[in-house]
Design a protein. Structure first.
Length: 138
C-alpha cells in the first residue's frame, strides 16, 4: 500500500502526506445526506484549495435512487464528482463468492474501476496495448 493513505471519516490528518500538493486524493462518498455532509466538511476543511489533485468518487452510484439531482450533489460537494462507481451488488457478491478479481468481470462496475485505475496509472489508449504489469487494465 505504498503511497496510499486510508483515512475513513478521520479528520486528524494535518501531519500526513495527504497535504502534499502534488498528491492526488480520492475522496470517496456515497450519495446520502450524511455522507455528502461529511464529504463537504472534509473538502471545506482540508481540500478547498485543490483543483485537479482532489478527485471525488461517488460510490454505489445509482441514478434511479437519488434523492436529488447531480447538480445538487455538485453544490453539496462544492464541485462535480469526477468518478461515479455504479451500485451493482450482484457483481460484487459474485466476485466475492468466486474469488474472482472484480476488474476481470465484464460489468459497468468493473469498467468504472478499470477506468479509474488507468487514469491513476497514467495509462492512455495508446499505452494500454503494451504488455506488462498493467495489461489487466484493458
Amino acid at each position: 500500500m505504498d503511497g496510499q493513505l486510508h483515512v475513513g471519516a478521520r479528520i486528524d490528518l494535518l501531519g500526513t502526506s495527504l497535504f502534499d500538493k502534488s498528491a492526488i486524493v480520492y475522496l470517496i462518498a456515497q450519495v446520502g445526506i450524511t455522507e455528502l455532509l461529511n464529504a463537504n466538511r472534509m473538502i471545506s476543511k482540508f481540500f478547498f484549495t485543490r483543483d485537479q489533485t482532489l478527485q471525488i468518487v461517488l460510490n454505489r452510484f445509482k441514478p434511479s435512487d437519488l434523492l436529488f439531482d447531480e447538480k445538487k450533489i455538485a453544490e453539496a460537494l462544492t464541485r462535480p464528482a469526477q468518478w461515479k462507481v455504479p451500485d451493482d451488488y450482484a457483481v460484487a457478491r459474485r466476485t466475492r463468492e468466486t474469488a474472482t478479481p472484480m476488474v476481470l468481470i465484464d460489468s459497468a462496475l468493473a469498467r468504472a474501476i478499470r477506468d479509474m485505475a488507468k487514469t491513476a496509472a497514467g495509462v492512455t489508449k495508446g499505452k494500454s496495448d503494451r504488455k506488462g504489469f498493467l495489461r489487466f487494465l484493458r
